[in-house]
Design a binder for this molecule. Sequence first.
Ligand code: P6P
Length: 336
Amino acid sequence: MTLIVSIGGNKHGKTDPYIKKDGVELDLILLIRTILAATKEIAFRVSQGELSGVLGSTLDENIQGEVQKKLDVLANQLLKDMLSDDDSVRSIASEEEEFVVPVHSTAPYIVAFDPLDGSSNIDINGQIGTIFTIYRARDDVAANSPEQFAQLGTEQVCAGYVLYGPSTYLMMTTGGPTRGYTLDLTHGGYLLTVPEVTLSQDSMEFSANMANYRYWQEGVQHYFDQVLYSSEDYKDVTMRYNGAMVGDINRILIKGGVFHYPSDARAGNENGKIRLLYEANPLAMLIEKAGGKATAHGKRIMALPPTSLHQRVPVVMGSNNLVDEFDKAIFSNSNV
Ligand code: P6P
């Protein structure tokens, strides 16, 4: 059964008409609220900027080999602490944690998150966001096993992000349509503001870090040569690139378009940079539930069997037509 979660009513103050509560799913509603409670605290710290004393970098690197920002560490700790107090959480995985964090050994759910996607934007007051995903826990492996998270993206029971922008914006699906919620600072609740997000097919906008062009495979370079220089179909093309995937995907969900992070020749980027568990899969679910497409190597991202906790995948996601055109151009055997 598809659960549509009420977080605090809609923008007219009425109760979210999509509430469906029953015993089993009520755990999920309460778990989502735990995650959102942490995001409200993160949103406050982010909005305080320099005043919060958490800008700038630490002296440490995370498992990804990236210098940790103070706000990365704070956001990660906030989410870990609040989820560790939630009886429905069996295991936690995070971009900032090398290993799975076991919590309650018989709890029904596991949670993975990127606590602060787009950290390079923190010190420039740019968009950043928290990406989260929830799966049912596996009883055939231990709570501290990475195998807990070796589940197809199609098994996600909830996927979402909170974008810390001019407004604090929650985009989430629990298996039904992707829905948008805006944090109402007057009473601290996320109010339903877009009951059903529908991805436009009319956009000619792409999002990619073109500075990586020289490292892309020849086929990908050729595709972008067509887009930028020769194809009549793309004469009205525009480009936007945020440096934080969560911000790019939010724009694409609202306006349409396509996001690319291809694999490239740099060491460690053989499979691109985007992590399957806590970036590609949750964002792919939001895109698909809004009517879009999300592929890696020409195949559906959410159907990719995971191989490791921090596994990377090359990603193309957004409006069906733009994803299909790329996949057709690059992968003769694609599933398009
Ligand atoms: P580049 C942020 O670190 C991130 O994982 C995504 O949110 C973002 O799209 C990408 O990396 C940016 O990477 O190589 O363009 O700086």
